[in-house]
Design a protein around this ligand. Structure first.
Ligand code: ATP
Length: 283
């Protein structure tokens, strides 16, 4: 197995008694990469991720995570992997600092709990009891517990569900910081904006299969898709032109208007546009 891959999956299959959740899935994630798995509810994302984490068995396929098959990984492998599951942990009366220190003790070479708490933006909540935290703050604590072992590879399952927009942006900064320190990250998300902001590559899963893997900018041929130029015409109506050369159209309009073009917009398909089209084509 080449060492520049953190994850390599081939022909992965998993069926539950009344459902095939993963149906021959291939996936590679390079070391140092942020990879986002996208897909509708029930597409098989969590099942896939939990197989990679060693929490679920598989029916078929080969899986390599940091050079090890998670199905029979030694304890030493677990210390190299960080996991933030979909559900939030419950720690009742314990304080934030106590929980992080407690989890740090499970690992041979943990990060400094105080720095981890600071890194996830909970420094002013270190002495707060966990049941008093807001939803977003609880999620930050989950992330703190996922990174306290200084993992080489971090799994994040829907990390920002329930965050307000400001908290989500702060969280993205945290994830970018982890990437800068060399952490590989596999995340699932329903927020296309999040995938676009964070991911080096995205993979779209539907009905247990990988439909496409690409950079957010090029998924579904986005980068080469036609653009639509719109503007406000002198008679007050909305002008619109679909084109493969929007710059030429804008130059022409600018000449026509003798400068600024009122309400000028150049629209190309968003990640959400191409994603919904891809998913729609499946159903
Ligand atoms: P979501 O975006 O809603 O989290 P997902 O893409 O993560 O969805 P999975 O949780 O992997 O999807 O589920 C894939 C399919 O497998 C779904 O139809 C789900 O109902 C089914 N499934 C998942 N876990 C189990 C289980 N333990 N037993 C039976 N069926 C299951």
């Amino acid at each position: 197995m080449t060492s520049d891959l953190a994850i390599s999956v081939s022909g992965l299959r998993k069926s539950y008694p009344d459902k095939t959740a993963v149906d021959g899935l291939d996936l590679t994630v390079a070391r140092g990469e942020i990879f986002a798995l996208l897909g509708p509810n029930g597409a098989g994302k969590t099942t896939t991720v939990e197989i990679l984490e060693g929490f679920r068995t598989r029916d078929a396929g080969t899986v390599d995570v940091l050079g090890v098959d998670p199905a029979d990984a030694p304890l030493s492998w677990r210390t190299r992997v960080g996991v933030v599951l979909q559900g939030t942990g419950e720690f009742d009366e314990l304080k934030v600092g106590e929980v992080v220190r407690h989890f740090a003790r499970f690992y041979p070479e943990p990060a400094d709990p105080v720095s981890v708490i600071e890194q996830v933006g909970l420094a002013d909540k270190a002495d707060a009891r966990t049941h008093t935290l807001s939803g977003g703050q609880k999620r930050r604590l989950d992330v703190a517990l996922g990174i306290v072992n200084r993992p080489e590879l971090l799994f994040l399952d829907e990390p920002t569900t329930g965050f307000d927009p400001a908290a989500r942006r702060e969280f993205w900064e945290l994830i970018r910081g982890l990437r800068e320190s060399g952490t590989t990250i596999l995340l699932t998300t329903h927020y296309l904006e999040e995938a676009e902001e964070l991911a080096d590559r995205v993979g779209v899963i539907a009905a247990g299969r990988m439909l496409e893997v690409a950079t957010p900018a090029s998924l579904g041929g986005r980068n080469t898709a036609s653009a639509t130029v719109t503007w406000r015409a002198p008679d007050g109506s909305l002008g619109s032109e679909r084109t493969d050369s929007p710059t030429a159209v804008v130059q022409r309009l600018s000449a026509e208007f003798g400068g600024e073009v009122p309400e000028l917009v150049v629209h190309r398909p968003t990640l959400e546009d191409v994603y919904l089209k891809m998913i729609g084509a499946q159903s």
